[in-house]
Design a protein around this ligand. Structure first.
Ligand code: OGA
Ligand code: MN
Length: 223
């Protein structure tokens, strides 16, 4: 087992407590948390290795909602995505770290987070994702969104900012530079957001924590 994986088997407080504490405090006070340079190095390295070894053809055009109408999708979002299954050691490390965050949030906020799904995303120059919410109240079991950025030396001219709106009425929003090491966590049902057109290729990892929406024989999420 390598050192990074070993680190993950240490008690949580050894390496994460203050970061996770900070996120929880932000979630309580504001419903979102922006952590500039917040990703621990071993997670950043794992994600960067994973992303660099992904071949172009492993990325697929992203859809919207559960029933996709691909003709209209490109007017809304232009990224390509690749789901993280945990089959590589690095992917598994990322999922384990997110699981540690999930546990911490459940222990402190009783959010009842149940599962996590996550993908790499790439926005080629000119691509964007129009204003949207990740989950409609009562319609989906995505409750907490997480986006992490993998772009070294991102400049103001490079575009591609995430704009996080405080509510439906907000049209100004908060701008987040998709700089390497920055990550954002926010309540999925509460914050509309968009990705402005990128000028150079923009790499990120998006993920969603879900609650268990199973009713009778309908198992949701499926795993
Ligand atoms: C998404 C999303 C934001 C970003 O994938 O749903 O809103 O900054 N991503 O990449
Ligand atoms: Mn989104």
């Amino acid at each position: 087992m390598n050192r990074d994986l070993l680190a993950l088997h240490q008690p949580l407080h050894v390496f994460e407590e203050s970061l996770f504490e900070n996120i929880v405090e932000d979630l309580v006070n504001k419903g979102f948390s922006i952590q500039k340079n917040g990703l621990p190095d071993f997670i950043l390295n794992a994600l960067a290795t994973c992303q660099e070894t992904l071949h172009h053809k492993e990325y697929k055009t992203a859809g919207i909602g559960r029933a996709d109408d691909f003709q209209h999708v490109s007017e809304v979002r232009g990224d390509t995505i690749c789901w993280i299954t945990g089959s590589s050691q690095e992917g598994a490390l990322w999922l384990a770290w997110c699981d540690a965050l999930k546990l911490y949030i459940n222990r402190t906020l009783f959010m009842g987070l149940f599962s996590f799904e996550s993908h790499f995303a790439c926005y080629e120059p000119g691509k964007f994702y129009k204003r949207h919410v990740d989950a409609f109240r009562g319609q989906s079991n995505r409750v907490l969104s997480l986006v992490a950025y993998l772009n070294e030396d991102w400049q103001p001219d490079d575009g591609g900012e995430l704009i996080l709106y405080r509510d439906e009425e907000d049209i100004r929003g908060i701008s987040v530079t998709p700089q390497l090491g920055t990550f954002v966590v926010f309540l999925s049902e509460q914050f509309p957001h968009e990705v402005l057109p990128a000028v150079r290729p923009r790499h990120s990892v998006a993920g969603w924590f879900r609650v268990n929406g199973s009713v009778n024989d309908n198992i949701d999420p499926p795993k």
